[in-house]
Design a binder for this molecule. Structure first.
Ligand SMILES: [Zn+2]
Length: 200
């Protein structure tokens, strides 16, 4: 195999960039080259921003969101209704819903979806903390899982788990295509799916 034409620092940068979603080795090389060429305008500010984010990032102890404080900004916001919980698989879904600005309650991030294949059991998701929050007094739980097999399995599991709590459980309706992940929906579609949520 031919040696890389640049030093080990650059090779390491390329290898790390290649781990980002959407970047294979080829686009990682191109991204690295852009960074190296724009050292003062891009590479140095980016490395500072990354170092600051790495030092400041916290997982919210209440909802599982990523923020620089715990409880996170959303959990501390008095204008958001604590009686309505929207359950999402991942922080990316929370961000997608916030971009659509359709929801004014609180979130709960599961940290994934149930998958027998990948060995993801309920114990490995933030289910216990969700049930505890519902016990503390929630009026509605919105299950905003992705329209994938894992997402729907997770929604069914949570429906059963919540059945004895006497809480209203709803699910996102029309507009979420089968196999669709919330993060990839445009804001209008997501907003429509949210408003047309149905009771279970
Ligand atoms: Zn939070």
């Amino acid at each position: 195999m031919a040696a890389h034409p640049a030093g080990p620092e650059i090779e390491r940068l390329i290898q790390l960039l290649a781990k980002l979603p959407g970047l294979g080795p080829r686009s990682a090389r191109r991204a690295a080259l852009v960074l190296l060429k724009k050292r003062e305008g891009l590479l140095e500010p980016l490395s500072l921003a990354m170092r600051d984010a790495a030092a400041a990032i916290r997982t919210c102890e209440v909802c599982g969101n990523l923020d620089t404080s715990s409880p996170c900004q959303l959990c501390r916001d008095p204008r958001r209704d604590p009686a309505i919980l929207c359950v999402v698989e991942d922080v990316a879904d929370l961000w997608a819903l916030e971009r659509a600005s359709v929801f004014k309650g609180r979130y709960h991030v599961l940290g994934g979806a149930l998958s027998a294949l990948d060995g993801v059991t309920p114990e490995r998701l933030n289910v216990g903390s969700l049930l505890a929050r519902v016990r503390e007094g929630a009026e509605e739980v919105i299950l905003a899982m992705n329209a994938t097999v894992e997402g729907q399995t997770t929604a069914h599991y949570l429906m059963d788990a919540l059945a004895t709590y006497g809480v209203k459980v709803t699910r996102l309706a029309h507009g979420v295509p089968v196999g669709g992940e919330l993060d990839y929906l445009d804001e209008g579609t997501l907003s429509a799916a949210f408003k047309a949520r149905r009771s279970l």
